[in-house]
Design a protein around this ligand. Structure first.
Ligand code: HSE
Length: 300
């Protein structure tokens, strides 16, 4: 009557897909142990790896997303759940920290209840965690954390989540410079209106990226990994962002942009060798400007 769940960290937006695209990082993620309890209710017993998160069930994404799932059940369980959360994805990193915890919670509870919901049906419950964390229930982190791989949110209303085909040899390099950017703040920075010419560039690229992934056309993937909407504004918050991008491309990456709302920066490469080369470039760059950073290389 207990389960241990791993839910991957995620890179949202993937350059051109603001709020509509994300992918999962196989090697990084939060861990959650869920135990059934005799009494109904949700309770967080321990949080390892972060001092800043609340154990209050109305203030933690784990319990809020779990509650959303329970609310949708016609027959309520006669028992409750206790959670022990180990944060491996740092809050404020731009690697889908809240999403990883929310995904783990709804996935684990669903298993303990005998799977009343499909994985796709769990996405809206985990989105409630995102509503708590950033004010906006975006799905581009929770959907890939739950489903794995590259995921497109074709529509929010009604919710239409599409699992994408992609080549297996894509490897991500992510660098997390040790500054914190709150998603809620990074969302407020963006303009509410965009120029038609920028919209044209962006939807051309998102179409190109989806097609490039499906056909394993690396040139097309590379040409499409650009963001003219969020990156020009949010990039200013990340020290040496332009240089990091240049270094990644020079090292052979297919593209490089901000992971989610930052400050992490991601690049995609074909094969691990190039991804490791990019990792070394990132490490050297951030060291040279005296900014502590963590670099991960992960398959998708
Ligand atoms: N799509 C969201 C944003 C992701 O860019 O604000 C946050 O991780």
């Amino acid at each position: 009557d207990s389960i241990k769940v791993f839910a991957p960290a995620t890179v949202a937006n993937v350059a051109c897909g603001f709020d509509v695209m994300g992918f999962a990082l196989q090697h990084i993620g939060d861990e959650l142990i869920i135990n059934k309890t005799d009494q109904p209710g949700l309770n967080i017993s321990e949080i390892h790896g972060s001092d800043s998160l609340s154990k209050n069930s109305e203030e933690n994404v784990v319990t809020v997303s779990a509650q959303a799932l329970l609310d949708a059940l016609e027959e309520k369980p006669s028992f409750g759940f206790e959670f022990e959360l180990t944060k491996k994805v740092k809050p404020g990193s731009g690697l889908g920290s809240s999403a990883s915890s929310s995904a783990a919670a709804v996935f684990g509870i669903n298993e303990l209840l005998g799977n009343p919901f499909t994985k796709k049906e769990l996405v809206p419950f985990a989105m409630e965690g995102e509503r708590l964390a950033s004010g906006i229930p975006h799905a581009d982190n929770v959907a890939p954390s739950l489903l794995g791989g590259f995921v497109l949110i074709r529509s929010y209303s009604p919710l239409d989540v599409v699992e994408l085909q992609y080549p297996e040899d894509l490897v991500a390099t992510v660098v997390h410079p040790q500054i914190e950017i709150k998603t809620a703040d990074a969302k407020k920075m963006l303009r509410k209106q965009i120029e038609l010419k920028d919209a044209i560039t962006q939807w051309g690229n998102i179409g190109g990226l989806v097609s490039g992934l499906a056909r394993a056309d690396y040139e097309l993937i590379s040409r499409s990994l650009h963001d003219v909407i969020a990156e020009p504004i949010r990039g200013m918050l990340i020290p040496s962002f332009k240089e990091a991008k240049e270094e990644a491309i020079n090292a052979g990456a297919l593209g490089c942009s901000i992971s989610g709302s930052g400050p992490s920066v991601f690049s995609l490469s074909r094969g691990e060798r190039t991804a490791r080369k990019v990792a070394t470039k990132f490490e050297t760059l951030f060291k040279s400007i005296g900014l502590e950073s963590y670099v991960h290389v992960s398959p998708i």
